[in-house]
Design a protein around this ligand. Sequence first.
Ligand code: AMP
Length: 414
Amino acid sequence: MPLFQTSPGMRDVLPPESTRRRRFFELFAEVVAAAGYGEVVTPLLEDYGVFARVGDATDLVQKEMYRFTDTGGRDVALRPEFTAAVCRAFAEHRPATPWKVWSGGPLLRYERPQRGRYRQFEQVNLEVLGSDDPMVDVEVIALGWRFFERLGLRQVTLLVNSLGTRDERAVYVEALRRYFTDNLDALSDQTVATLARNPLRVLDSQRPEDAALITDAPMIAESYGPATLAHFEAVQAGLELVGIPFTIAPRLVRGLDYYVSTTFEFAGGTLESAQNALGGGGRYDGLVEALGGPPTAGVGFALGVDRGLLACDDEEVFDAPATTVEVFVVDTTGGAAALAITEELRRAGVTADRAFDNRSMKSQMKAADRSGATTAIIVGPDELDAGEVLVRPLRADGEQIRVARAALVDHLTT
Ligand code: AMP
């Protein structure tokens, strides 16, 4: 028989790492629920057109989408990101604004797998729809920042930029196009191809041969009008007010075409540079409209769960919790007593595990030790006959005692 393995870029997550991932989601939910955000759950699969709105010139649309025709002949895609799906949901349901929501779960992108980059990965995502108040940008960024703090990460840096309005950005894109076209010889071949698709993407190039030209490229700030400037200054003042340190990154353009105005990125201090983006986001006023909804402002971010946990590994914080139970039941009389006792304990709220397969006393005691339980409940033939159990402390000093079977729950819970 063939030995099947996961496809490239796909991974299994086993305990205890899976417990840690779950706690990552739970902590995020806790942080943002405390700020008034509710969870929105959208499907894994949408009409391709929903995700096509993130931009024709993006890698995401050009190369990375898991797109197929379903049995009913629909052109569909597995979700590569949350924002477009959340905006589709907003346009469909028209909830009251500001609509403050979060999401979390798996996404799929056909990328070249490497450490911190997978074809199926997970994000937690936050969005506010229906307000263009710069204080919303600040709230969103602050929640991302506070979440990293709660994980225990100390080496996260925040980069912020503004891409201006759609029109201002268009002027800037033309300025970039002219600049790079005048200097084509100094660009790598791959970057020349990128330039033809979208001059903004050239700024993302990590190729050393492009670096000098990018450094001297026109600045987006030169295209800002007064409204953009006022918004960006208000965001910066807000971040200062709440004590969140940031760096202005005039070249930060992010990978998707829908961003306008504020954009930001959280970078991890310890991950290798190409994979150091823990997450990011920005404003996408206009995306809801592009999905058939009313003109609606929007701002949000996505944080990579996989990258976040790698950063935690590197900074040695947010450890995988040991999965332990309080009580381990050892039964050498066939297993029926262990069944009855674990059932009774679990119903009473005491966490309990047991051994199976009618193993020897020694083997069951080993299992009890591995389980992390603090107490073993032991039932041998004598105890069974007497209607009693032995209660043996496993971690602390103390005497083993004999307790009546009927009094066991009381003994353990009082
Ligand atoms: P994006 O949706 O592209 O803005 O990505 C937001 C965050 O998701 C990134 O900063 C990464 O932390 C994470 N991310 C994006 N793509 C991948 C991937 N292929 N594998 C793992 N994490 C990813």
